[in-house]
Design a protein around this ligand. Structure first.
Ligand SMILES: O=C1C[C@@](O)(C(=O)O)C[C@@H](O)[C@@H]1O
Length: 254
């Protein structure tokens, strides 16, 4: 499987990487979250820009992005605008999504961009192309906040994402029972053993899904999201708790 190198971080190698999301609505909240997040020494910081109150103003976004870059020094930065229909905070037009992401990609401030699989194909391909031209890593994602699709459907989504020009792929689903969590883990293990050519991230959300957030090393999921102040999705544990469990599993997996 191909690994992805972002600064000094090798995604797809060793212990799953810890990503801390920033969910502040205002500059002040974001600053506070960033300073707490930095203390946890994450492998990556995710700015969930859909939570930012002024996200519909691209100039404001770029200004803040410059600030964030300065504040986090060399920590890899993932920029995510999660669309409303995949669990995000704000609804915007597809045109705005494209314009926002292309400007952010070209800003020079980010390392990784989240692009959703199920946006219109031409827009998705254009964004991937711009990211490639600007040396920004593409994390292609898909979220189901209601259900855990059938195993073959989950596998098909991961493979479909892998077959685009994305660098890393991610699937998050919502389990309704314990079986659903086990199915998600089974799909991850199948990816690891048979299909994975690129690093992948698999998540079962909600309280039932915690096993999937801590068990990535066993089934091949390359990263996990842990909070500093605010969780960005149901079932997310803190980055400190995550680190302890991931390190323990890593130590005994060798
Ligand atoms: O897509 C993901 C994964 C996530 O939804 C989770 O369940 O940890 C959290 C989001 O911030 C991130 O963009």
């Amino acid at each position: 499987m191909k690994r992805v190198k972002i600064k000094d971080i090798h995604i797809g190698k060793g212990m799953p990487k810890i990503i801390i999301p920033i969910m502040g609505e205002t500059l002040q909240e974001i600053n506070h979250e960033l300073s707490e997040a930095k203390q946890e020494k994450p492998d990556m910081i995710e700015w969930r820009a859909d939570a930012f109150l002024h996200v519909t103003n691209i100039e404001e976004v770029l200004r803040l992005l410059a600030e964030i870059r300065k504040l986090i020094d060399d920590i890899p930065l993932l920029y995510t605008f999660r669309t409303y229909k995949e669990g995000g905070r704000k609804e915007v037009t597809l045109n705005y999504y494209e314009e926002l992401l292309s400007q952010v990609i070209q800003s020079g401030f980010i390392d990784v961009i989240d692009v959703e699989l199920y946006i219109e194909q031409t827009i998705r391909e254009r964004l991937v192309q711009i990211a490639r031209q600007n040396n920004v890593i593409v994390l292609m994602s898909n979220h189901d906040f209601q259900t855990t699709p059938a195993n073959k459907d989950m596998l098909a989504r991961l493979i479909a994402m892998q077959e685009t020009r994305a660098d890393i792929v991610k699937l998050a689903v919502m389990p309704q029972n314990e079986e659903d969590v086990l199915r998600l883990l089974q799909v991850a293990a199948k990816m690891k053993s048979t299909y994975a050519q690129k690093p992948f991230i698999t998540i079962a959300m909600g309280p039932l899904g915690i096993l999937s957030r801590v068990g990535g090393e066993v089934v091949g999921s390359a990263a996990s999201f842990g909070s500093a102040i605010q969780a960005s999705a149901p079932g997310q544990i803190t980055a400190a708790e995550l680190r302890y469990i991931l390190q323990t599993i890593h130590r005994y997996s060798k």
